[in-house]
Design a protein around this ligand. Structure first.
Ligand code: GCU
Length: 416
């Protein structure tokens, strides 16, 4: 080579060491943000509290077997929630029918079959209708497991035409993973409004009855009643595997999905996303939303008896770990979001953990209340699952993907 020779100075050892150190730091900080232990509530003071023991009956007897739970204790706990929290929902209507409004076997570019149904109920001379939207994967070889969302947001989130697509109900992604996906609009069952909530299924059963008892059902229970009517349809449709239905609700919808799953044991899996107060979160912690706040702002969600516990959480005969226990031995998945302090993420996790004694009646391993999983690190313990996603109050494709991972593993019969 003519001319200058290029200087080939070897990289100094110090420079290499610094580069390696920087790289390690980057990897570490990335791991630290994705796998961090969540301490977003470290500044919040929690009062001392004692949770009611789900395995001690009202007359002080200690339960030991699943048989005892099934034969009487479950019903006792259910009654306590009906009486003091959600109210008593109606049974089946006098007549129930399903009218097919539309069927499109070429939906989602040929990947799914869309079905839109009108669910029609009659009681005396009154009638109520609401719509159910279903997409079933065309790739399915047999009856399909399915997720049903109780949609508490606008119907554009569950658009059957798919012109509008929303991460709140990522139907394409769910179909892609081999599951059916359905939605009902909670407002069709009971308008989400204190002045009008009776103008749906409550009126169907009660007519214009003026005086309502303290344990009369309200909006959350009415929404769940609709999920049960959708289940009636799944049970009589051979393309759907009614023994593998996951009921999903977000926020107020998640409070309703947990209660619906407690009332109706046909749901194999119940999912609560960011459900908070009156949902998965332990009320006695008094972190985030309090009973007085929820009852004053949304007086139409719970039975009026529940209002007696405003500021008196410790006097409730139940707490929300017992709601999770009512789902046993079926699958339950609770999801939180790190910025959603209003819903008390730790309280949501604790309800799942403190349901352990009831799940243990079926040989399920306990979940340690002190071992809340790190951010974005889903926990599965037998038929119970939990995650805390980093970010805000919302139902996102990340959350759905975790619900499906969980369902896949349950269906695969995988052990931890
Ligand atoms: C309000 C309410 C919560 C509820 C939420 C929602 O924030 O206080 O209890 O979960 O709305 O449904 O989005």
């Amino acid at each position: 080579m003519i001319g200058k020779t290029m200087s080939k100075r070897p990289l100094s050892v110090t420079a290499v060491a610094i580069a390696v150190l920087l790289l390690l730091l980057m990897v570490w900080s990335r791991l630290a943000t994705t796998n961090a232990k969540w301490d977003g509530d470290a500044h919040i003071e929690v009062p001392d509290y004692t949770l009611p023991d789900p395995l001690i009956t009202e007359d002080g007897r200690q339960l030991r077997t699943a048989e005892q739970w099934k034969s009487f204790r479950r019903e006792q706990v259910l009654e306590l929630f009906r009486e003091h929290v959600y109210g008593r929902r109606a049974g089946e209507p006098d007549t129930l029918s399903f009218d097919l409004l539309e069927e499109d076997p070429q939906a989602m570019a040929g990947r799914a079959t869309l079905r839109r149904l009108m669910i029609r109920s009659q009681v005396d001379d009154r009638e109520h209708t609401f719509e159910l939207i279903i997409f079933l994967p065309n790739s399915a070889a047999g009856p399909t497991p399915l997720f049903l969302l109780m949609n508490n947001r606008g119907p554009e989130n569950t658009d059957p035409t798919r012109e509008q697509q929303s991460g709140f109900w990522p139907a394409e992604e769910i179909v892609e993973r081999g599951y059916g996906i359905a939605a009902l609009q909670v407002r069709d069952l009971a308008p989400d409004d204190a002045d009008h909530y009776r103008e749906g299924v409550i009126r169907l059963f009660e007519g214009d009855q003026q005086v309502r008892p303290g344990d009369a059902w309200a909006a959350l229970a009415a929404w769940g009643w609709g999920a049960s009517r959708a289940m009636d349809y799944f049970e009589q449709n051979e393309d759907i595997d009614a023994s593998q239905i996951g009921l999903v609700g977000h926020s107020r919808g998640g409070k309703a999905s947990l209660w619906a799953g407690a009332e109706d044991e046909r749901f194999a899996m119940v999912v609560s996303n960011n459900s908070g107060c009156g949902g998965a979160a332990v009320s006695r912690r008094r972190v985030g939303e309090r009973l007085s706040q929820i009852n004053n702002t949304f007086p139409h969600w719970f039975a009026s008896n529940f209002h007696q516990y405003n500021g008196r959480e410790h006097d409730l005969p139940v707490d929300q770990h017992m709601l999770i226990a009512l789902i046993a031995p079926r699958a339950v998945y609770v999801a939180s979001a790190s910025e959603d302090l209003w819903a008390d993420p730790r309280g949501e996790f604790l309800a799942v953990a403190h349901a352990s004694p009831v799940y243990a009646l079926w040989g399920q391993e306990p979940i340690d209340p002190d071992a809340m999983p790190a951010l974005n690190q889903p926990l599965r313990e037998g038929v119970r699952g939990y995650h805390i996603r980093s970010g805000a109050h919302n139902l996102t494709p990340y959350d759905w993907a975790r619900f499906i991972d969980f369902a896949d593993r349950l269906r695969g019969g995988e052990e931890d």
